[in-house]
Design a protein around this ligand. Structure first.
Ligand SMILES: C[S@@+](CC[C@H](N)C(=O)[O-])C[C@H]1O[C@@H](n2cnc3c(N)ncnc32)[C@H](O)[C@@H]1O
Length: 312
């Protein structure tokens, strides 16, 4: 039976993250350099002060990978209750090794009430997208059957675009942002995607550091889609939040002091200096992760700009 593309992607990614070490297939910012997490730890600490330093603050992370990012964050932030939103049992074991005090959740819905700062790096891109293709007869939605795409008439009202255009809609990411905004939390999202919404197909699969056909081997490759930050910002505003960014990762990390902290660390640990400087360059170079990756924050209305987003 044909399966809607987002359902296929969700099933494939759940199987992939349950059975694989994703970091054998690709590398993420916190895996490249401890400075990334340390900067986010400083970011969260300043935000906590902006919130009035509530003693009952909760730090949360969505899609925490091996727990490396949160371990680096906590070194700077200091002790705090940690909640992880993670569906992979295999990665939960890794996370427990690095952040043993964490509490795990399948979704945001069960994270305890109270002041919350949530961070997520390369989480939204793993959430499933619906895909629509504009044909002469109107919009069609993509389904998957026996390793092939199949199209059926779309049941959503979509804006008009030229024939052949592809639209991707990430209902899970929008629902996540809406829920976070409604509970008055602060959220910081770092991920890859354009500054403005535009039609186009961005779904890709990575297997062993190489591009693969997303339909070929479900569960053996990581399937992702670009994050539509403008759509998520709109969702957050409609749900009552204030939005900062999206900004290019280069701008955001530079404003937080990536190069200064890297230099400081490189001086105190010269044997790691070259690796740390290369990592900083990779995170900020436009041809690497500096331009495609963006940072966006949401927070309750009335707060001043979040750290790193105070643009002239
Ligand atoms: C690309 S990894 C990023 C890991 C980490 N944030 C980092 O930067 O290294 C994606 C993470 O999201 C988790 N994940 C994927 N889909 C999820 C979902 N629907 N709910 C919760 N976690 C999910 C994966 O298990 C993994 O921990």
């Amino acid at each position: 039976m044909a399966e809607r593309f987002d359902h296929f992607m969700a099933r494939a990614n759940t199987a992939y993250y349950a059975a694989h070490n994703p970091f054998a297939d690709f590398v993420t910012a916190p895996e490249l350099t401890q400075v990334f997490g340390e900067l986010l730890g400083g970011w969260a600490r300043v935000v906590w002060q902006m919130l009035g330093a509530p003693p009952e603050i909760i730090l949360a992370e969505a899609g925490p990978g091996r727990g490396v990012l949160m371990a680096d964050i906590l070194r700077v932030f200091g002790p705090a209750p940690v909640h992880f939103i993670e569906t992979s049992p295999r990665l939960r074991i890794e996370q427990k090794r690095r952040v043993p005090q964490a509490v795990w959740h399948d979704s945001l819905a069960t994270v305890a009430d109270g002041p919350l700062i949530l961070l997520a790096n390369e989480f939204l891109d793993a959430l499933p997208v619906r895909q629509f293709v504009r044909r002469a007869s109107g919009w069609m939605e993509r389904y998957v059957t026996a390793g092939e795409y199949l199209e059926q008439p779309a049941e959503l009202d979509l804006p008009d675009h030229a024939e052949g255009s592809v639209l991707e809609i990430n209902e899970s990411a929008n629902a996540f942002i809406k829920q976070l905004a409604r509970r008055g939390a602060v959220g910081l999202f770092i991920d890859y995607g354009p500054l403005a919404s535009a039609p186009g197909e961005s779904v890709q699969a990575i297997r062993a550091d190489k591009y693969a056909d997303p339909l070929e081997a479900p569960g053996l490759a990581d399937i992702t889609a670009h994050v539509d930050f403008a759509a998520l910002a709109q969702t957050a505003r409609t749900a009552g939040a204030q939005v900062w960014g999206p900004l290019k990762q280069h701008t955001f990390l530079t404003a937080l002091g990536l190069h200064q902290r890297t230099d400081q660390l490189a001086r105190s640990t010269p044997q790691a200096g070259e690796r740390l400087r290369l990592a900083a360059r990779r995170l900020t170079a436009p041809e690497a992760m500096g331009s495609l990756f963006k940072a966006m924050a949401i927070c309750p209305k009335g707060l001043p700009p979040m750290p790193g987003f105070e643009l002239p």
